[in-house]
Design a protein around this ligand. Sequence first.
Ligand code: C2E
Ligand code: CA
Ligand code: CA
Length: 791
Amino acid sequence: MKPADAAIDESAWASWERLPCPLAVVDVHGRLVGANGLFAGLGTSAGWDWLDVESRDELQLAWQRASDFELELARAPGPGWLVCRSRWDAVLQAHISVWQDLLSSKAAEQAAQLRLLADHVPALIALYDAITHRCLFANREYAHAFGFTERSVLGLTFAEVIGPEAAERIKPYVERVLRDRQPAQYERQLLGPDGRPRWIEVQLIPHLDAQGNSLASFVQILDITKFRLAEAAVRESEARLDKFMQASVEGILFHRDGIITDANPPLCDLVGYRLEDMVGRPALDFVAPQELHKVRQVMSQGQELRYESTVLHRDGTPIPVEFIVRTLLCQGEHLRMAIVRDIRAQLAAQSRIHHLAHHDNLTGLLNRVAFMERLVPAMQRAERGGQRLALLFIDLDNFKRVNDSLGHLQGDKVLVTVAQRICDCLRASDLVARFGGDEFVVLLDDIHQRDDVLVVLMALLSVVEVPVSVNGRDLFVTPSIGIAVYPEHGDSAEELIQHADTAMYLAKSDGRASYRYFEPAMAARAYADLVLESELSEGLARGEFRLHYQPQVDARDGRLVGAEALLRWQHPQRGLLSPDAFIGVAERHRLMVPLGEWVMREAARQSRLWHESGVAAVPIAVNLSAMQFRLERFADTVRQVLAEVGVPGAWLELELTERMLMDDVGTAPATLTALRALGLSISVDDFGTGYTSLAHLTQLPLDKLKIDQGFVAKLPDDAGALAITRAIVQMAQGLGLRVGAEGVRSRAQWQLLADWGCDDLQGELIAASMSADQFEAWLHSRHGAFPTMAQ
Ligand code: C2E
Ligand code: CA
Ligand code: CA
């Protein structure tokens, strides 16, 4: 292809055409000015795109520089290398370039194969000229490792490849290889393309000619990062172990074959030695003699476990410890590590827990569990020795009152005082326990006759009386005691306690500050109670309870003024039962609370019926149990019942006994006030049998006193009853209270009571208690014909 440009003369052109290699004339813009036929054979038809992109860029730069150059270029897309040697012709203002197709030669083919091989070995390989230190060859891995390509790295000095700093560092090795003609090896760190440090191992191998002169250095680099990281991990874990050992508050000891190699400061402190005094000594030197056998065994068997043992302090003090022993592989060696944990505090806590578990926190006496644990062996001893034991079950009277009115703190003080006094009455060999609340249990051993127990009982009764001041009045906390004797009253611990408990309940019902021995009949009663208790709750669920009503009439004209609701139980086997048959049991087992609520609801319902039907527009009186009245928020319960049934408070009256008013000195006034605020009126039932002080009575918000039927029954003949009844009526009038009488059986009684000014009457004379239906019939029958005292 002859160029169009006339600057190239014809003869030059002809000689180029004859050249045995491709030739091209190219301007500084890389435009082909002319080319011989062979060049066209390279496949030059479409510009330079038969070269790869990188080669094209290099070539473009070379064209622009307007000077001689030589470049090794790659074909695209196929394999092959070309060498372009170019001369700048200033006259032509163009490059005259001669091309050599390396692929065409056999050597080039081999070179290409070698490169393929070099690129696939898992190492970084390069060859540097011995004189110029320029890179003659590098495989891809090598070139990439330093941020070059296989071609761009060629011709660069190693300082240019690996950086001046690194070059400075490896200079001595390079010099040695060149000077001594011996291989050299070194390791160094470099930053990988991802910015992470890498470790490499470099081998420098001299390439000598036949005369032994250095021609080049062969560089082979292995990436040993993986190994270095693994090593570092091991070193780190060792360092960590060391740090942990120093930082641990627990003692740590290392030994090899029983000889101490290391220990941390806490361990040194524990045994009182310095580290230098311990290292090199047998670990067993620090173990208590009685433990040697066990520790030696663990050591010899190389067991990994956790166990308790004892070490010795330098001053000989044995220290209980826990060992946690492990075997560690450390730098290829088996080391034994023992964590030595001081468990003195732990053992102390354990024994404290044991004490707590066996003793009552408040009084320090034994608790139920601990007492039972000792009772059984005491019974066995007594049986062997033919002796008797007495088990005393002590329950405090009035204690609940102290707690409720003075608070638990005062209650606790009373319990501590009582506990102390009980102990003062006993011998050291007697056992005392607090079973909870205000219950104490005492076991007296070596009892020969009842008198032996009596002495203690008398002492207890006289001494365990704690006066407590409540609102300026002294309450006496006294004991009620039940006694069961072994072996007569039971042969198991549970039975003995059960029987003493039963006897105690009976002592309590005798009044305060008394004692009772167990009798077999009591057990029968206790059993009957138990049966009754379960029947009661079933009866309540099955709706077996009823209310009967007893009319209350005006003493002057016999007009109906009220009715008292009286509880009955329609027992499936025993028929209709009166309250006396079951109320005691219901109260003891707290069933009185739901039962009492049922009574109130039923009475309210009946009152509503009678009011709305116009049968009897009078209030119904409901008897309250002490247990109900003492309930916290009792007034709230009443309010709820009223709201539920939909009746005003004025349609109900509540009957409380004197005892109830006295027992709850603390809360009674507030509860009564709340109840009256709901519209209910309050009667004091069985008045005259209690010990209510007049002063106290005047302070309470009350409406009515009901003279106890015991006094009424003795009227009109008994002078004492006459005097008392009359006084009650006068007193009530003086206090502005209404007064009623119950149990009125005769006209004479009615006459007297009416004369004195008693407001209303209740009793057989008027009518006995009856069902709601009967009550209505009764009312109907006497309609318009009120039986007055005159009749
Ligand atoms: P109380 O509150 O003193 O009730 C009066 C008791 O005397 C009733 O016996 C009544 O039937 C009886 N009575 C009244 N007038 C006469 C009479 O002229 N002659 C005779 N022989 N008896 C008469 P009841 O129904 O057996 O009740 C006994 C006690 O049971 C009551 O005495 C009361 O304390 C209690 N009670 C009754 N119902 C309830 C209740 O719903 N709740 C509570 N907590 N206790 C109740
Ligand atoms: Ca009553
Ligand atoms: Ca009564």
